[in-house]
Structure formats: structure tokens, C-alpha cells
Write a protein that binds this ligand. Structure first.
Ligand SMILES: Cc1cc2nc3c(=O)[nH]c(=O)nc-3n(C[C@H](O)[C@H](O)[C@H](O)COP(=O)(O)OP(=O)(O)OC[C@H]3O[C@@H](n4cnc5c(N)ncnc54)[C@H](O)[C@@H]3O)c2cc1C
Length: 379
């Protein structure tokens, strides 16, 4: 039995590593547990790129949180000495009334963010890799860019440890319970106690938070990296990150990075799975679908396949996150249901989870992310 921790964090992906860091930085005795080795690729935070953007089409309420995340990513870069965030600008592409374009425009206007609305010819003039048809426009936001997800997780973990956290990989939490004023977590190796528990278990949330009956659905997502046949068009100086809502579906993509080629993924569909059942091989048809979209809208981007990757989204019914306290135990807090767009927020989510676990409240406006909105919704 190991006692005397202030906070135990179950799950050390994007969200848990950030939480361990923030709690340790506040001088707390922190224990972080993860089932898998450091850098594993079984969850949702692996790979080399994640988009960060500010003119948030999903809902304008996210803007203050992402602005806090930007500031914290820069602080993390300074403290860790790692390069984590590269600004490339970003295009939200679709019809003028589409969710991607209309939502980004609304967030930008409400929060007075810099943006430009470009016609298809203006996009081609500024960013010659894109060939959009007439009637498709783009909201360009200069502050969008790319995070290096594994470097972000490592920076949080390393600094959490430097601030005194005990970080234990290859040690799964088998059972947790509330014990008097504290919590108790059992693993194969030991039993731990602490004042508070944070659960950031990604696609395993349905297991670790089983008692809550949250309406979470895990979805398999495929990304493909292609070597561009016209590399000059897709260099980061000339090609921003992009989200694209077109008749073929909702897609996101990245400029060509050294050794990475261009990466593209489809956002809105994917097989329902669990972390145990996810199919890791990628079909030729899945590659062909992504190649076709690039050939149509970014011709010259899709040459040879360099690499494929599978990953999981943990979706809520409205695709907004859940950040909350356990309804029966105020000292148990959790973050889940990041619905395929959580990574950019991780630095700020770590701060929010720490506030909730240690103070029972946070100054960040997260009311719209409470689990109460799903009361009565069946899992
Ligand atoms: C293909 C893909 C592309 C994406 N692109 C973007 C993007 O461009 N921008 C963006 O903002 N977001 C993006 N996302 C979403 C983002 O990556 C996720 O929202 C985020 O990584 C989720 O982090 P997490 O910490 O919740 O989950 P995870 O990274 O899965 O971490 C959960 C951890 O909990 C551990 N765990 C589970 N159960 C236990 C247990 N019982 N005991 C101990 N440990 C346990 C697991 O081992 C795992 O390490 C993308 C996601 C995918 C899949």
C-alpha cells in the first residue's frame, strides 16, 4: 500500500499527462498510472501531427479555452525546451453556409479573431496547392497550426516527473473506489490512496467510468500519409492546415512535413469499435477514398503512400467534450468524449482537471461541457 498522494491520475495520454503536470506544478503529490508503455500507440494521442485552430467551428464557447491552451503550449515549450507548436494558418473550407465555414466565421466574429473569407479563386492565388470548385469558399485563420502530439505528451510527462510526480507506465488501474474522504486505486502491483482521483482514460472511459453510463461511442479513424508528386505546392509556407466539408465528406489535412508527406483523414465516419476490437490494418479502398479527395481538391498531393495510421475517436452524441465531477463523489473528476478534436485543448484541460480535483471548481467556463446535458440519454 502506498498512501499520501494528493491526486491519482488514471490514463496518461494527452489529457492525463497534462493533468499530472499541472497538479505536480502546483506542488501536489501526484501519481500517474497508464496501462501501456510511454509512447504507446494503442489510444488516441499518438502520431506526429494534430491541428490547433482558434476560430472554432464546433462552438464559440471553446474559443477562450483554446486561447488558454495556446498560451500553455507556449509555456510548455519554454519550460521543456521542446518545439511543440508550429503556426501555419488554417483554412476552413466548405459552402458559405456550411458548418465548417459558418461556424468558423461565427466564432471569429464573436471573439474578434483575425480571419479572412476567401473565394475559391482567392484560395488558389494564395495557396496554389488547393483547387476548389466555384461556390466553395474558405475562412482563413492565421493562428491555426500544428502540434506534435507525442512531443507534447512527453513534455508534460517529463516535467510532471521533474516537479515530483510518480509516473508509472505498464501499470493498469484494475479497480478504484472512494474510501472515506479519499480514493483508493488498485493495480496488479499495489494499492494506492489519495485525496482525489482524475480519470482521463480516453477510449477506455466506458470501462473505467462504467458506473456512470455515459453515452460514449468509440470510432476507428484512418489517416494516410502520401508523398506529394508536386512537393513545392504543399510546403508549410505555402499550404496551411485545413478542414474541408465537401460533398465527399468531412476531411482534415496537413502540409507536407519532412519525412511525413501530407497527411489526410476523414472526420465524420468510421467503424464503431472498442480499444480491444479496433481493426488496425487499412484497406486499399480506404486509401483510395482519401487519394481521390486529394486528387480532386489538392492535385499533386497524393503520390506514393508513405504510411497509414489508425486511431480512435471517443464520441459523445453532440460531439462536445465531457469535463465533470462524479455525481456521487466530488473528489473524483473526469474528462472524456473528446470526439476527435480534443488534442489542441490538452494543455488547458490539464489545468481544468487539476482545478476541479484540488479546488472543486475552475475559473474556466466549462458549464457547456457538463455531463448533465446527457441526463436520460442511453449509453
Ligand atoms: C486520427 C486522429 C486525428 C486527430 N486529430 C486531431 C487534431 O487534428 N486536433 C485535435 O485537437 N484533436 C485531434 N484528435 C483528437 C485527439 O487526439 C484526442 O481527443 C486526444 O488525444 C484524446 O486524449 P486522451 O488523453 O483523452 O486519450 P488517450 O490518448 O487514448 O489516453 C488515454 C490513456 O488512458 C490509459 N488508460 C486507459 N485505461 C486505463 C486504466 N484502467 N489504467 C491505466 N491507464 C489507462 C490508456 O492506456 C491511454 O494511454 C485526433 C484523434 C485521432 C484519433
Amino acid at each position: 500500500m502506498e498512501t499520501g498522494f494528493d491526486v491519482i491520475v488514471i490514463g496518461l495520454g494527452a489529457m492525463g499527462s497534462a493533468t499530472a503536470y499541472h497538479a505536480a506544478r502546483r506542488g501536489m503529490r501526484v501519481l500517474g498510472l497508464d496501462t501501456y508503455p510511454r509512447g504507446h500507440k494503442n489510444g488516441s494521442s499518438h502520431g506526429t501531427t494534430r491541428i490547433i485552430r482558434e476560430a472554432y467551428f464546433e462552438a464559440p464557447q471553446y474559443v477562450p479555452l483554446v486561447q488558454r491552451a495556446y498560451a500553455l503550449w507556449r509555456e510548455l515549450e519554454a519550460e521543456s525546451g521542446r518545439d511543440l507548436l508550429t503556426i501555419t494558418g488554417g483554412l476552413n473550407i466548405g459552402t458559405p453556409a456550411s458548418e465548417f465555414v459558418g461556424g468558423a466565421r461565427m466564432s471569429a466574429q464573436l471573439h474578434h479573431l483575425p480571419y479572412e473569407e476567401l473565394t475559391h479563386t482567392e484560395v488558389a492565388a494564395r495557396f496554389p496547392g488547393f483547387r476548389l470548385p466555384e461556390g466553395i469558399v474558405a475562412v482563413y485563420e492565421p493562428n491555426a497550426g500544428i502540434l506534435d502530439p507525442e512531443a507534447c505528451v512527453f513534455a508534460h510527462l517529463d516535467l510532471a516527473a521533474r516537479h515530483g510526480a510518480a509516473i508509472r507506465h505498464n501499470e493498469a488501474a484494475r479497480h478504484w473506489s472512494v474510501d472515506g474522504d479519499g480514493v483508493r486505486v488498485e493495480t496488479e502491483q499495489a494499492v494506492y490512496t489519495a485525496r482525489s482521483l482524475v480519470i482521463t482514460a480516453g477510449p477506455w472511459a466506458n470501462d473505467v467510468l462504467a458506473g456512470l453510463g455515459l453515452p460514449l461511442r468509440v470510432q476507428r479513424i484512418v489517416n494516410v500519409h502520401f508523398a506529394p508528386t508536386a512537393p513545392a505546392l504543399f510546403a508549410p509556407e505555402r499550404c496551411p492546415v485545413y478542414l474541408m466539408q465537401v460533398p465527399e465528406g468531412d476531411y482534415y489535412g496537413f502540409p507536407a512535413l519532412p519525412g511525413e508527406g501530407v497527411k489526410i483523414g476523414r472526420h465524420e465516419i468510421g467503424e464503431v469499435c472498442t480499444p480491444e476490437t479496433i481493426r488496425r490494418e487499412v484497406d486499399p479502398e480506404e486509401i483510395a477514398m482519401l487519394r481521390d479527395v486529394l486528387d480532386r481538391y489538392l492535385p499533386g498531393a497524393a503520390g506514393d503512400v508513405l504510411r497509414t495510421l489508425t486511431c480512435m475517436y471517443t464520441n459523445t452524441p453532440d460531439r462536445h467534450f465531457i469535463l465533470d465531477r462524479h455525481p456521487a463523489h466530488a473528489n473524483v473528476v473526469y474528462g472524456c468524449g473528446f470526439s476527435g478534436h480534443g488534442f489542441k485543448f490538452a494543455s488547458a484541460i490539464g489545468e481544468v482537471m487539476t482545478d476541479l480535483a484540488l479546488d472543486g471548481m475552475t475559473r474556466h467556463d466549462i458549464g457547456f461541457l457538463s455531463a448533465a446535458r446527457f441526463a436520460g440519454v442511453r449509453p
